[in-house]
Write a protein that binds this ligand. Sequence first.
Ligand code: CTP
Ligand code: MG
Length: 172
Amino acid sequence: MIDFIVSAFLYILPAYIANSGAALFGGGTPIDFGRKMRDGHRILGDGKSWRGLAVGIFFGAVAGYVIGYLTQLTPYAALNLEKYALLGVLLSAGAMVGDLTGSFIKRRLGMERGAAFPLLDQLDFLIGAILFGAPIYLPGFLTILFLVIATPGIHLFLNYMGYKLKCKRVPW
Ligand code: CTP
Ligand code: MG
């Protein structure tokens, strides 16, 4: 049971770190350069910046490498170091693309930047990460189910902390 939970979080950690890194260090030029679509709404909005994207992928990739290195010393090593490193890049890139997709969907529905969309806000990055990481490693159904159930609460808690620490504009 403990092994199951530890393995699940070790696997997804690069995606969490990518997402938090983007939120903590993002800002500046928006990915959509301020452009709108024909529906009159921004393509992605000011909450999706190039810096957040770059920092997120970089932090997640570093996390993947460190996790890969450290897990080789434990019974939790599911992959060799090269594969952990590659998985870290894929999980963090997938997390960013999933998050961008979530914002794209929100803008198409006419929701302003920062508007709450329960479950989409908490799971977009997780789904993106799992899909992108799948060619290297796809966890079992129970692990995915566990992460889908556990992530919204963790995500909300971290966002609330970020809001209290004045790193985030809204508490969700
Ligand atoms: N962020 C960023 N660049 C990214 C992703 C996130 O700069 N590629 C930063 C932004 O400052 C954003 C914060 O992280 O406000 C939190 O991300 P999120 O909650 O996903 O964005 P929202 O501001 O809520 O915007 P949206 O409505 O588009 O989800
Ligand atoms: Mg989001």
